[in-house]
Design a protein. Structure first.
Length: 94
């Protein structure tokens, strides 16, 4: 889902809704594909929650050369997300 690295929560949520709609429209979608689609939606929802809380993705601060706020630093130390690795290690070169 291309919008997952976007820091606009509404765009991330819109991307998740597109996947959810595809899950409903496609009859006969293999169970493995539906599972992957559900994982994409869950990922986007989790990511959007972080964007709503901080207005950006604190996991990307170091890669983007941004300083973390105190609340972001506390969050990062206590709540690692499964997608953190991908945002930090697969971010486009700056």
């Amino acid at each position: 889902m291309m919008l997952n690295c976007n820091e606009d929560a509404l765009k991330v949520e819109r991307g998740a809704s597109y996947v959810e709609e595809a899950m409903v429209w496609e009859e006969g979608v293999p169970a493995a594909s539906l599972k992957s689609m559900r994982q994409l939606v869950n990922h986007a929802e989790s990511y959007a929650t972080v964007l709503h809380e901080f207005g950006r993705c604190p996991h990307r601060n170091a890669v983007l050369g941004r300083d973390s706020t105190q609340s972001e630093s506390v969050y990062l130390s206590k709540k690692p997300q499964p997608w953190h690795y991908f945002l930090v290690h697969l971010a486009p070169p700056g």
